[in-house]
Design a protein around this ligand. Structure first.
Ligand SMILES: NC(=O)C1=CN([C@@H]2O[C@H](COP(=O)(O)OP(=O)(O)OC[C@H]3O[C@@H](n4cnc5c(N)ncnc54)[C@H](O)[C@@H]3O)[C@@H](O)[C@H]2O)C=CC1
Ligand SMILES: O=C([O-])CC(=O)C(=O)O
Length: 328
């Protein structure tokens, strides 16, 4: 039998964790031939709940599930891991300023980055889901100097999928016929969903952008503020769709993106499209051979440039804030 892949999920007892673990164990993430060993990393108060989830995982009798262990120590939970899905984060509480949130998350993602540096498998791949995802990924990467920076990513796949769904509905075509959309920038309300390079059932995305009122007043804000709209409607933030996006991000990273299409992911900039080096920024990306590549050479007009720059400015401000807190 193939050696199992070690997958660590932090925040395993949370709502995304509950929607994520069963799909990983079923083979949805790494395919039907790859067994997985799950490591559930939680804070001590939530270990009991994680044990309950592990009991349910056992009760599914998944043939691909080679084992489950539960930890409350990052060094143990991330030792030998091949894939680290960093979901657990400190949510913004009443009266908390942005700097408080960044500092609280620095206390989580700094030690987890160090644990990855010191003990993860050589091929470790890290996806940060916990918000603020891009800057948490930056903090984790800064604490892992021995791990190549390109192994740290932040999730904007949910934003990408939200944009696909909105465009398909607008154009009246199946979702599968919408390709080459891009989410640029931060996983926040400043993100820029770009359909200028898209292919919508054989029609250039530019055809849809001709309706500028729809583009600027509906499409862009609907995608960028979808997280808040879900919280408003559900009374809790997106969970199943976030878990699905984490599955798809990791699947594409490991197994490759389909020919002729691309997706979106927050990756460490090496200066592409004028984004300052070192920021974790969402770009159009393809994956092959287990590595992301930023799609280069797209023409960016003034409309897109202004929006990309605004989101990158927010990422720069977040980086400056964590720098001044000594977190990176
Ligand atoms: N990037 C994206 O597209 C999305 C990101 N999110 C973010 O994902 C995160 C998780 O969301 P939910 O599962 O709904 O939250 P939740 O509150 O239901 O669960 C979070 C879990 O993380 C655990 N946790 C906290 N600190 C931890 C630590 N140091 N180590 C291990 N576990 C720790 C908590 O005990 C809790 O069980 C939030 O930050 C949320 O904002 C949510 C949706 C989409
Ligand atoms: O908005 C939130 O708090 C949760 C989130 O990241 C999303 O749904 O995109």
């Amino acid at each position: 039998m193939t050696t199992p892949v070690n997958v660590t999920v932090t925040g395993a007892a949370g709502q995304i964790g509950y929607a994520l673990l069963f799909r990983i164990a079923s083979g949805a993430m790494l395919g039907p031939d790859t067994p997985v060993r799950l490591r559930l990393l939680e804070i001590p108060q939530a270990v009991r709940a994680a044990e309950g989830t592990a009991m349910e995982l056992d009760d599914c009798a998944f043939p691909l599930l080679a084992g489950i262990d539960i930890h409350d120590d990052p060094a143990q939970g991330l030792a030998g891991t091949n894939i680290a899905l960093l979901v657990g984060a400190r949510p913004r509480g009443p009266g908390m300023e942005r700097a408080d949130l960044l500092e609280a998350n620095g206390g989580i993602f700094g030690p987890q980055g160090k644990a990855i540096n010191d003990g993860a498998a050589d091929d470790v791949r890290v996806l940060v889901v916990g918000n603020p995802a891009n800057t948490n990924a930056l903090i984790a990467a800064a604490h892992a100097p021995d791990v190549p920076a390109e192994r740290f990513t932040a999730m904007t796949r949910l934003d990408h999928n939200r944009a696909l769904s909105q465009v398909a509905a607008r154009a009246g075509v199946p979702v599968a016929d919408v390709r080459r959309l891009t989410i640029w920038g931060n996983h926040s309300a400043t993100q820029y969903p770009d359909l200028f390079h898209a292919d919508v059932a054989g029609t250039p995305g530019g055809t849809l952008t001709a309706d500028t009122a729809w583009l600027t007043d509906e499409f862009i804000p609907t995608v960028a503020k979808r997280g808040a709209a879900i919280i408003d409607a559900r009374g809790a933030s997106s969970a199943a769709s976030a878990a699905n996006a984490a599955i798809e991000h990791t699947r594409d990273w490991v197994l490759g993106t389909p020919e002729g299409d691309w997706t979106s992911a927050g990756v460490v900039s090496t200066g592409e499209y004028g984004v300052p080096e070192g920021l974790v920024c969402s770009f159009p990306v393809t994956s092959s051979g287990g590595d992301w590549q930023v799609v280069e050479g797209l023409e960016i007009d003034a409309f897109s440039r202004e929006r990309i720059d605004a989101s990158v400015a927010e990422l720069t401000a977040e980086r400056d804030a964590v720098r001044s807190l000594g977190l990176v």
